[in-house]
Design a protein around this ligand. Structure first.
Ligand code: SAM
Ligand code: SF4
Length: 318
């Protein structure tokens, strides 16, 4: 499936819930978000049906996200069903890791290939602050559990936040010396009700290169990945940069998103959403709708002009 700029669309990010067991300050408003009614959220069978339609259109990579995907009832069954689809070559989850210790083995057994774990600090008190009450120990145990069952490669997502975690860049980078783990620094994006946090606390990812000058660029590390990868000489893991603001990667964007309410989003930073839930429940042909709409995928975001979407990141999934 191609968009009108000849970009091959082969990656679906599917949000399975907009609820979360944490409240990260850059993602979720302090008082949370309005809980949706049961009817408004796609059922597990409907999520699967949507993945099947995308598979038939050439989607090969699926990432389950949230909210927090591991709090969604039926997540293991969903993983198991998606993993059985022949066209899906890569099935991954992005999680805050809190429940990973509990679910790592079941996820692996169900056919999940790999996991990205979000962890913005290695200090307990700072973790509790940024997540509004989360326990770092749970995530560290989750990472260990993922390693143990072989959910690899493990990627750690670290959102860089001014005055909060730039003093830990070297500590995160050191993980790659001895572990086959990718550590990826993500630039803060202004999104939804908490956009001001990102505007105030943004740091350009180039700070990582300033702090670790001996990094070596890995050429063409991942063609369609938003991350550009580097390495410390002789390290086991890689260091990735996801720079949506300072160096946008829209030209090679290969993804679309579907929210837990069944809205197709062609660009994270656009307010436009296409309802798939209603036609799905009416038994209409989703293939035609998706094919037609994908042609309208915007060429690029306009964050640099101060454009910012209304929905919160927790409702989209990153
Ligand atoms: N709950 C899961 C987690 O935290 O990994 C999955 C959903 S979360 C929305 C997906 C990713 O988006 C996380 O890595 C998170 O750090 C990132 N994220 C959330 N808000 C962000 C923002 N304003 N700017 C940049 N990244 C953000
Ligand atoms: Fe929840 Fe993930 Fe958002 Fe944090 S980043 S509030 S863990 S959805």
């Amino acid at each position: 499936m191609k968009d009108s700029f000849d970009r091959e669309i082969n990656y679906l990010r599917l949000s399975v819930t907009d609820l979360c067991n944490l409240r990260c300050r850059y993602c979720m408003p302090k008082n949370g978000i309005c809980k949706l009614s049961h009817e408004d959220v796609l059922r597990i069978e409907e999520l699967l049906e949507i993945v099947k339609v995308f598979e038939s259109l050439g989607i090969q990579k699926v990432r389950l996200t949230g909210g927090e995907p591991l709090i969604r009832r039926g997540i293991i069954e969903l993983v198991e069903s998606i993993a059985k689809l022949e066209g899906i070559k890569d099935l991954a989850i992005t999680t805050n890791g809190i429940l990973l210790k509990k679910y790592a083995k079941s996820l692996k057994d169900a056919g999940l290939n790999r996991v990205n774990i979000s962890i913005d600090t290695l200090r307990e008190n700072k973790f509790s602050y940024i997540t509004r009450g989360g326990k770092l120990k749970d995530v560290l145990e989750g990472i260990e559990a993922a390693k143990k069952v072989g959910l690899s490669p493990i990627k750690l997502n670290i959102v860089l936040i001014d005055g909060f975690n730039e003093d830990e860049i070297e500590d995160f980078a050191k993980i790659t010396l001895t572990e086959r783990i990718d550590v990826r620094f993500i630039e803060l994006m202004p999104i939804g009700q908490v956009r001001d946090f990102a505007i105030e606390k943004f740091i350009n990812n180039k700070i990582v290169l300033e702090k670790i000058p001996d990094l070596i660029r890995i050429p063409n590390s991942e063609l369609h990945s938003p991350a550009v990868y580097y390495k410390i000489p002789n390290s086991k893991g890689r260091i990735g940069f996801i720079n949506p603001i300072s160096c946008k990667f829209c030209d090679s964007c290969n993804k679309v998103r579907v929210t837990s309410q069944g809205k197709l989003k062609l660009c994270l930073h656009s307010n436009e959403e296409i309802d798939l839930k209603t036609p799905l429940r009416q038994g209409k042909n989703l293939r035609d709708i998706i094919c037609e709409k994908v042609k309208n995928k915007p060429l690029s975001h306009n964050l640099e002009d101060g454009t910012c979407i209304n929905k919160n990141m927790v409702q989209i999934g990153g």
